[in-house]
Design a protein around this ligand. Structure first.
Ligand code: ASP
Length: 338
């Protein structure tokens, strides 16, 4: 064999070996748990959202329909800053980000979408009716209108207007950690000062299909055009049917930095429990941020294909909601910075 042919031959064998090695070394979770639907979502907004999802999951419906319907409840509440009731950007405009992913790697998202009540449903249409995975800004709105979504008035909610006027007094961005948790809001369950809010939801249906959704008005008083982690598949949300799913909430920039949701899923693939995978991903963010970690909140939720759930946050104050029946259970998350 000529030395060139020999090189090609051995390289190909080497590459094949490389490709095979990680697969052989990794113990993938066993076959999906079938027959036991479960849904997990971020924050206490998840209590109502999970009830919405359970109406579909309980009677044996599809996880994708459940994660869409579930977060639509929060989008429609318009009080907790997901959806059009959210705080605006610096120019006073509410811009929404969302994404959705099914059990077959189909996914879709919208970013910087204005005047549409249910960005999660537009994200699903992007997934199902376009060859793309992400539409942004004007194009996303054009698509939504063409799909029959009504254009809502360009108007801030009373709470958002109040918060925006207050913010204009200084025009400084100072996040309030855990503002997504309604108990942490200085003005009670709705309103409150500038921050960011997200509902993310992961569900497994009775057939073992795992799907996820994520929707947000993003960081309040963000720069015009700013997009966070929430509409980005792999950052705000990721689903791999062979392993499970994960989603994020909190400071989007720091989730994107480690491709957060994908990282959590990959850690589960390597054998971590959902809880341990979330914890390790949070540990990476903390290591990157150093002393600045105390100024932000980031949290992950995860669900594996055995129906086990987990969550972990950087700071105290993150809670999440799990349902295995029609009664959601709100839990406080473990956290890193004690
Ligand atoms: N992750 C969202 C963003 O950065 C906001 C949040 O969850 O607080 O846009």
């Amino acid at each position: 064999m000529s030395s060139r042919r020999k090189f090609l031959h051995t390289s190909a064998a080497g590459l094949a070996g490389l490709a095979a090695a990680p697969l052989a070394a990794v113990a993938l979770p066993a076959a999906p748990a079938v027959g036991k639907p479960i849904v997990i979502s971020t924050w206490d907004a998840g209590v109502n959202a999970n009830k919405g999802a359970w109406k579909i999951l309980g009677p044996g419906g599809y996880a994708l329909d459940a994660v869409e319907a579930g977060v639509m409840v929060t989008e429609a509440e318009q009080g907790c800053c997901v959806g059009l009731g959210g705080n605006p950007d610096r120019d006073g405009v509410v811009t929404l980000d969302a994404c959705i992913m099914d059990e077959k790697f189909n996914c879709g998202g919208v970013a910087a979408l204005e005047r549409i009540k249910h960005p999660i449903s537009v994200a699903r249409r992007v997934m199902e009716r376009t060859p793309h995975v992400l539409l942004v800004g004007e194009g996303a709105q054009q698509f939504a209108v063409a799909q029959g979504f009504p254009l809502e008035p360009r108007k801030l909610s009373a709470d958002a207007e109040k918060a925006y006027k207050k913010w204009l007094e200084t025009s400084q961005y100072k996040p309030v950690v855990n503002i997504e948790n309604s108990k942490s809001r200085p003005n009670g369950p709705v309103g409150g000062p500038q921050n960011h809010d997200t509902i993310a939801m992961l569900a497994m249906d009775a057939q073992g299909r795992i799907c996820g959704s994520c929707t947000t008005s993003g960081m309040a008083f963000k720069m015009r055009g700013r997009v966070g982690d929430s509409p980005l598949i792999g950052s705000g949300l990721f689903v791999d049917p062979a392993v499970g799913a994960a989603a994020a909430t909190g400071q989007g920039e720091d989730v994107v930095r480690i491709a957060g949701a994908h990282t959590v899923v990959e850690l589960m693939r390597q054998g971590r429990s959902p809880q341990a995978a979330c914890q390790e991903a949070i540990g990476r963010i903390a290591a990157i941020k150093g002393v600045k970690a105390k100024d932000i909140q980031v949290a992950f939720i995860a669900l594996n294909n055995q129906g086990q759930t987990g969550a972990y946050a950087l700071q105290k104050g993150f809670n999440f909601t799990v349902s295995t029946t029609d009664t959601p259970v709100l839990r406080d998350s473990e956290f890193l910075l004690k």
